[in-house]
Design a protein around this ligand. Structure first.
Ligand SMILES: NC(=O)c1ccc[n+]([C@@H]2O[C@H](COP(=O)([O-])OP(=O)(O)OC[C@H]3O[C@@H](n4cnc5c(N)ncnc54)[C@H](OP(=O)(O)O)[C@@H]3O)[C@@H](O)[C@H]2O)c1
Length: 246
């Protein structure tokens, strides 16, 4: 698909993977809008990148999400790409954590329900475009889960299935459904969590995304994702044991 001349909304685009994707879309002559909850982070983006538009919005709040999309319909009627990137990860002991119920709701609301809801609300606009895309940021942990973040892994598995089903449903429309099956990336989310050695840079990941979009490669498997999924097919118990214990 064309990678210039689009109008792109990136949720959670004020940092990490979302910001790198925003920058690479900007470099490729697209109109870029990012949203997030933290006003200070959005102000910083606005100061650094005058051409990136920012909107404060908690995508897990249905009222705020609907208001944001109403605003975009009026001010950016050419919106044709939604990047569902906003996400959080809680690591906790499912048996013992006293705040687990709150964490379960937060992760499911942000990582999955918000994605399904935003997609549903924006689709009537996207189908009117000559070319459009939904880009979901999932994780290889949705296919090979680790033990420390059971709900996070489950939400990414849900996103994987959702991306596939939606791709089938929309195949006769102008809307293409991409999924980034993300490897370990060096961002705030993973800071201090794993050894830095194996982490992909968000800038390289974003370039991979654009390259795969150009080639209409809908399941994007950057960096180590390809190898992990291959090993998972050939030696499933070995790879699941290695990742499962993290
Ligand atoms: N880093 C990795 O290794 C890795 C691997 C696989 C998948 N991923 C996925 O990649 C995506 C981006 O994560 P990241 O690594 O770039 O982490 P990050 O730097 O923490 O970025 C996450 C962004 O999401 C925003 N956000 C969180 N909740 C939100 C909400 N309710 N509404 C709007 N924005 C919200 C955050 O901003 P505010 O707090 O200001 O809202 C933040 O800018 C996530 O979906 C994550 O699961 C990451």
């Amino acid at each position: 698909m064309k990678i210039s001349g689009n109008t792109v909304l990136i949720t959670g685009g004020a940092s990490g993977i979302g910001l790198s994707i925003a920058r690479v879309f900007l470099e490729n002559m697209n109109t870029v809008i990012v949203c997030g909850r933290n006003a200070d982070k959005l102000d910083l983006v606005k100061k650094q990148y005058l051409d990136i538009h920012t909107i404060q919005c908690d995508v897990a709040n249905p009222v705020e999400a609907t208001q944001m999309l109403d605003h975009l319909r009026t001010n950016f009627p050419s919106l044709n790409i939604l990047v569902n990137n906003a996400g959080i990860q809680h690591q906790y002991d499912f048996l013992r954590d006293e705040n687990a119920l709150k964490k379960i709701d937060e992760e499911i609301d942000i990582n999955f329900k918000a994605v399904a809801r935003l997609t549903k609300i924006v689709l009537p606009n996207l189908v009117k475009a000559s070319e459009a895309a939904i880009i979901n940021v999932s994780s290889f942990l949705g296919i090979v889960p680790k033990s420390s973040a059971p709900i996070y892994c489950a939400t990414k598995a849900a996103l994987h299935a959702f991306s596939k089903s939606l791709r089938y449903q929309l195949q006769n429309t102008p809307v293409r459904v991409f999924e980034i099956i993300t490897p370990l990336v060096d961002t705030d989310m993973t800071r201090g969590r794993e050894s830095d050695a194996g982490k992909m840079s968000p800038e390289i990941l974003a370039k991979e995304v654009i390259r795969n979009m150009k080639m209409e490669n809908y399941e994007i498997k950057p960096g180590r994702t390809k190898l992990v999924l291959l090993l998972n097919r050939i030696f499933p118990s070995l790879i699941q044991k290695a990742i499962g214990k993290r």
